[in-house]
Design a protein around this ligand. Structure first.
Ligand code: SAH
Ligand code: SF4
Length: 382
């Protein structure tokens, strides 16, 4: 049984090397070969001692799952589906913009939170991704694109944990993955350019703030507990005030001076002027304690099983104007990748739901970037 070295952050790799009786600096060399150069074969790693290169293949590997498909949009957005086995398929989305390139990464196959407007939520929870499966999305995309473009420079400048799954319900595997993203011997991304998006797992927000404070996005979607509990069932466990207090605590560690609140605009559900006014009151109440917020309005990407509709453009504009007039920084997420809409976020194909039954998913899962139709706007990840 070989170990996948993508499972380790530098500390883990060092411990692994020490267990083999190897020197610590060997771990740094190997880590750089894997993450900075994209090497997967030990015989490529020319500055490693020959004896080590000979012994490693029996013990370890660097491997990523099979690519099921790749869809390229005219605007440069690219989506990959990876097959993790047992019917588990995850998606990873690359979004180039003029001043940065963002990778949207999945953290779980399915999701247990079960938000009403999210097709990953409707799919149910299958399993947590391993650290290797999280990191491999960055490793694979960064180095495939570099090879394709014949480029030695870093391509991906930003990561958002906004694909499938609730990252803070997979904290143990997420943490080494984040550390690898930030490590100067690996991708060297700045904390401000790595964003964890959460539906509000309060205790884990505190842990993240202590262990690895990266930029934070919180999926709010409603200004009152009654409505939020209906849309995001986790709200029953961690209601809005507790969530916003956790945000204030997070800000002490956060690399940015604001937290982004995502608000998915659902026709007639949470998009009325009265909701905007409630949201203002809510934010003002917590501003007193030091909350600094940016609201990101997301056009809902519908899928049949949700029974929900996207808000009219006019409703989104009216809503954002009410917020802006009250002094709240507000942005509306842009739409991109329309030409691959047919494939966007749709895990079209045979996949297994948690009951084990095969079913065809027409998911239109516009889970954030998980669905190519929308893209993180500059506020989330600049
Ligand atoms: N589980 C985490 C991160 C993944 S979802 C979270 O909920 O924050 C990333 C974002 O996509 C969330 O803000 C989520 O609300 C949004 N999203 C999910 N389904 C969507 C849909 N159908 N249309 C638009 N945004 C959606
Ligand atoms: Fe899970 Fe996020 Fe989808 Fe909610 S929106 S079901 S937390 S992936």
């Amino acid at each position: 049984m070989t170990v996948n070295l993508l499972d380790f952050d530098l500390e883990g790799l060092t411990a692994f090397f020490e267990s083999l009786g190897e020197k610590r600096f060997r771990a740094v060399q190997l880590f750089r070969w894997i993450h900075q150069k994209g090497a997967a074969e030990f015989n490529q790693m020319t500055d490693l001692a020959k004896s080590l290169r000979d012994k490693l293949p029996a013990l370890a590997c660097v491997s990523s799952p099979r690519v099921v498909s790749r869809s390229d949009s005219k605007d440069g957005t690219i989506k990959w589906l990876f097959d993790l086995g047992a019917g588990n398929i995850i998606e990873t989305v690359f979004i180039p913009e003029s001043d940065r390139a963002t990778l949207c990464i999945s953290s779980q196959a399915g999701c247990a939170v079960g938000c009403r407007f999210c097709s990953t939520g409707h799919q149910g929870f299958s399993r947590n991704l391993t650290t290797a499966e999280i990191v491999m999305q960055l490793w694979f995309v960064e180095h495939s694109l570099r090879r394709e473009l014949g480029c030695n420079e870093r391509i991906i400048s930003n990561v958002v944990m906004m694909g499938m799954g609730e990252p803070l319900q997979n904290y143990g595997q997420l943490l080494p993955a984040l550390r690898t993203m930030l490590d100067d011997h690996a991708y060297g991304l700045s904390r401000r350019r790595v964003t964890v998006s959460t539906s509000g797992v309060v205790p884990m927000m505190d842990r993240l703030g202590e262990d690895c404070p990266v930029a934070l996005a919180v999926s709010l979607h409603a200004p009152s507990n009654a409505l939020r509990s209906d849309l995001v069932p986790l709200n029953k466990k961690y209601p809005i005030d507790e969530l916003l207090q956790a945000c204030v605590r997070y800000q002490v560690h956060a690399p940015r001076d604001f937290i982004t609140f995502e608000y998915c605009m659902l026709d007639g559900v949470n998009d009325q002027p009265a909701h905007a006014r409630q949201l203002i009151a809510l934010m003002q109440k917590h501003q007193v304690d030091g909350l600094s917020a940016k609201i990101n309005l997301i056009p809902f990407n519908p899928f049949p099983a949700s029974g929900l509709k996207r808000s009219d453009h006019a409703a989104v504009v009216a809503f954002s104007e009410i917020l802006l007039d009250a002094g709240l920084i507000t942005t509306v997420r842009k739409t991109r990748g329309d030409d691959i809409d047919a494939a966007c976020g749709q895990l079209a194909g045979e996949i297994q739901d948690r009951t084990g039954a095969k079913k065809r998913m027409f998911s239109q899962r516009q889970g954030m970037l998980g669905n190519i139709k929308i893209v993180v706007d500059s506020g989330v990840d600049t």
